[in-house]
Ligand binder design. Structure first.
Ligand code: ATP
Ligand code: MG
Length: 194
């Protein structure tokens, strides 16, 4: 078993986060919660890198469609008018295509964040996937108001500032995908590691 302080998660500041000038604020929120940054880089991703980053299984793609569907139903918007279908399994692939386009639209900032329960704490600091639902005080809840009812009408992905791994297994896979053999740094945080 790894030491609890060695848990790592993968985070990217997405195009809207970079273009809104939020790189520093995103990092600050992790650091002020006693998490430490152990790898960091700005880069322009390739199509393949983004395409391979997001899961390709049907369950995950259908989940994207379900988020659209539940928001449209909750607020009384017309799925048929925007998608020609009410089937989440058919809406999902279209949303995934928009997601890949969105993620290539500006440079990204990728990082590895380490600390106790890093995966869950970073998800909590990020807030709900859909910014209109995200709690005030979270990154998405403080810096975005986006919703599928607007994004899907504009034929684009929901812009929600950052990406962060959902589970420790996903984190391990994503760190490998985005950092490969690059060195993750080691240092002691004042007040945390000593
Ligand atoms: P991420 O994986 O980016 O951290 P997440 O795990 O909270 O976000 P996922 O369900 O993995 O959310 O969705 C991946 C990304 O796809 C979201 O962050 C968002 O940008 C976009 N997205 C999700 N659902 C929709 C939707 N219904 N319509 C448009 N875009 C969506
Ligand atoms: Mg996700």
């Amino acid at each position: 078993m790894k030491h609890p302080k060695e848990e790592k998660t993968f985070v990217m500041v997405k195009p809207d986060g970079v273009r809104k000038g939020l790189i520093g604020q995103v990092i600050s929120r992790f650091e002020q919660r006693d998490l430490k940054i152990v790898a960091l880089e700005m880069f322009q991703p390739t199509h393949e890198q983004i395409h391979d980053h997001y899961p390709k299984d049907e369950a995950w793609i259908t989940r994207l469609g379900e988020k659209t569907k539940s928001t449209y139903e909750k607020y009384g918007y017309d799925l048929i008018a925007d998608f020609n279908t009410e089937d989440a399994a058919q809406i999902g692939p279209e949303v995934r295509t928009w997601l890949v386009d969105y993620m290539k639209s500006a440079p990204l900032v990728k990082m590895v964040v380490q600390g106790v329960h890093a995966v869950d704490i970073v998800r909590k600091l990020a807030g709900d996937t859909l910014p209109y639902r995200a709690a005030v005080g979270t990154i998405r809840g403080d810096f975005s108001i986006d919703s599928p009812v607007l994004a899907n009408k504009e034929k684009r992905a929901v812009a929600n500032i950052i990406h962060c791994s959902e589970t420790p297994e996903e984190a391990e896979h994503e760190i490998q995908h985005w950092f490969g053999k690059a060195v993750l740094h080691e240092y002691k945080r004042f007040g945390v590691d000593e």
